[in-house]
Design a protein around this ligand. Structure first.
Ligand code: ATP
Ligand code: MG
Length: 570
């Protein structure tokens, strides 16, 4: 059993399927992923995609991609393309065909007529508000609609009239005749069809009546021979309607519905509808803004398909709703980048250092490893000269004893290079620092200083060999852990979720990136030492400066937390 199979064969859905397939040797596993094309996919969808496609792989079954496109008001062809791209990128292109619920409109119509003919559905002319009122509440049974007992013949005529555009929107709808006093609200004569005059992205203006999700979904599953229809826990009650519809129409195949908990992630909203509000209100730059929990946002941020898959494996499949820690998602990408991102230096907030005891033409090429533990990743060259940039926060004019970085009269080691000592500050007439004057001890490459001390290490870049770069630092979009629970999630936006720092990277590196990443659109990953993991932003072609997106910071809080937990458990 390979590792992936092991991960997905350890949940209750797998056990159900395994039992079903052992019991019925003729059954073959057929799952589906049924997004509604009303927005981009998010990390919650990734959980469902991984589950459905991985189970199909384990059992050499099939998994359909089906667009659940029964509401033309909210849907758009651009979402269909984006959803396909995201599923491909995640590594799941094993589906044979792409299916659309809208392909079955004719079949849905036929089954709706069948229910009417069996006296199990009727045309209601109550308004939307009246229907809601008549439905009752959890504590109060509903009331029958005055239209509930129309004759079958009248219902057939009226349904045809609905289809032929003889009613206006909201004037009539088709409802199942089940039980207005059912303990399950969903079974109180649910609406099966409604009138919408919005043209559909696939069927254009052919239809003006559209099936509701519950009616279309079970029939679509049956038509496609789905063996196990996996959905999230909110659909538990809907299962009764799912089964009621299939039982009452002349259909051959009965898929089984099973529910698992949806993914909820700290500091995130996982609902296409709400994410769309963020896009529309321009709170983010688009669906693929790196702060969005969308697949395309995560991709732009620097997440890889494997890191998302690993995350989905780690959270598992259960029936308990949890709020998953963001640090677990970050841990998954950090672990990968720690293994394979090239290490180099970058300066985000520069301040200049003048090494006065070096000749003004002093130039030394230093060869530094691309990875501290993976020699096979090679080396690269950096230039050392008498004028360098360091981070502004690595120097302090006024300091206390706690401050361990560069300060006047003290030494510091430049990463991969020499020990320098701060002597004086050169300021302009407004008292702004122009540069810090330091001495450089050229005898300290790989050696301690004369006083045998090992000073702190800071990163740097030669001014002569620098190239401008914008570093985009992303933080959580929300400043509370569970914005999904808030009535108005817009009140909890983190105003500091996007910060741009304008600094420098090595010129040689910039040339490499321009050649490979920008021209060929290949994303490259770096660990800028002491700063974080970054990737090139391949969408923004800007040759005067390069753009880097911070994927994740260096500190692994998930790992730290887990270590603390295991030590306290021991
Ligand atoms: P949204 O509110 O984001 O639109 P949805 O459930 O309405 O979510 P669909 O496009 O209908 O979105 O979802 C397609 C599939 O993805 C469904 O089977 C659904 O159960 C699953 N899914 C959606 N959100 C999550 C989530 N947060 N965790 C796990 N699965 C999810
Ligand atoms: Mg939906």
């Amino acid at each position: 059993m390979n590792n992936k199979i092991k991960k997905y064969s350890n949940n209750f859905i797998y056990h159900i399927i395994d039992k079903d397939l052992k019991k019925n040797k003729k059954l073959s596993l057929h799952t589906r992923f049924p997004p509604e094309p009303n927005g981009y996919l998010h990390i919650g969808h990734a959980k469902s995609i991984c589950l459905n496609f991985e189970l199909a792989k384990i059992y050499q079954g099939k998994c359909n991609l089906r667009f659940d496109d029964t509401n033309p008001i909210k849907e758009n062809i651009k979402y269909i393309h984006a959803i396909q791209d995201d599923i491909h990128w995640l590594g799941y292109n094993g589906y044979n065909n792409i299916y659309y619920a809208s392909e079955y409109f004719e079949i849905f119509y036929k089954y709706a007529k069948e229910l009417i003919k069996k006296g199990l559905a009727y045309i209601d002319e109550l308004t939307k508000e009246e229907i809601r009122e008549y439905r009752g509440t959890l504590n109060k049974p509903g009331k029958n609609s005055p239209y509930r007992n129309r004759s079958i013949e009248e219902n057939i005529i009226l349904f045809k009239k609905m289809k032929n555009g003889k009613f206006s929107e909201g004037q009539a709808c088709l409802r199942a005749k089940i039980d207005m006093s059912s303990a399950l609200m969903i079974m109180r004569d649910p609406v099966l069809y409604r009138i919408l005059y919005t043209p559909h992205h696939q069927t254009k203006s052919k239809w003006c009546i559209y099936p509701m999700y519950d009616f279309a979904h079970c029939i679509s599953d049956s038509i496609e021979n789905i063996s196990h229809s996996l959905c999230t826990l909110e659909f538990q009650d809907n299962k009764n309607l799912y089964n009621w519809i299939l039982k009452n129409i002349d259909i051959l195949h009965y898929p089984k519905q099973y529910e698992f908990s949806r993914l909820n992630l700290e500091y995130s909203i996982l609902s296409k509808r709400k994410l769309n509000i963020l896009v529309k209100k321009k709170i983010v730059l688009g669906w693929d803004d790196p702060r969005m929990p969308t697949i395309s946002g995560l991709r732009k941020r620097g997440y890889t398909p494997s890191s998302i898959q690993t995350f989905c494996e780690k959270i598992g499949i259960t029936k308990q709703n949890h709020l998953i820690q963001l640090s677990l998602l970050e841990h998954c990408i950090r672990k990968e980048l720690n293994e394979n991102a090239i290490r180099t230096m970058a300066i985000l907030e520069p301040i200049k250092i003048f090494l006065y005891n070096l000749h003004e033409n002093y130039e030394e090429t230093l060869t530094i490893p691309n990875h501290p533990f993976h020699a096979e990743l090679g080396t690269h060259e950096i230039l050392f000269t008498n004028m360098i940039y360091i981070e502004r926060k690595d120097f302090q004019e006024k300091y206390d004893n706690q401050y361990k970085r560069l300060k006047i009269g003290h030494e510091i080691r430049l990463r991969h290079a020499y020990i320098i000592k701060a002597e004086k500050i050169k300021k302009d007439k407004n008292k702004n620092i122009i540069y810090i004057i330091c001495s450089c001890n050229l005898k300290t490459l790989g050696k301690k200083s004369s006083n045998n001390k090992n000073p702190a290490v800071i990163h740097w870049i030669s001014v002569k060999n620098s190239f401008p770069a914008h570093f985009r630092l992303y933080n959580s979009l929300f400043n509370i852990k569970n914005p999904e629970q808030e009535e108005n999630f817009l009140l909890h936006i983190n105003k500091n979720s996007f910060i741009i720092k304008k600094g420098f990277i090595e010129k040689n590196l910039a040339n490499d990136i321009k050649k490979n990443s920008i021209d060929k659109k290949i994303k490259l990953f770096f660990q800028f030492e002491r700063i974080g993991y970054f990737c090139t932003d391949t969408d923004t072609i800007q040759k005067k400066y390069l753009i880097f997106n911070r994927t994740v910071s260096l500190r692994d809080t998930w790992n730290i937390k887990m270590k603390i937990k295991t030590t306290t458990n021991n």
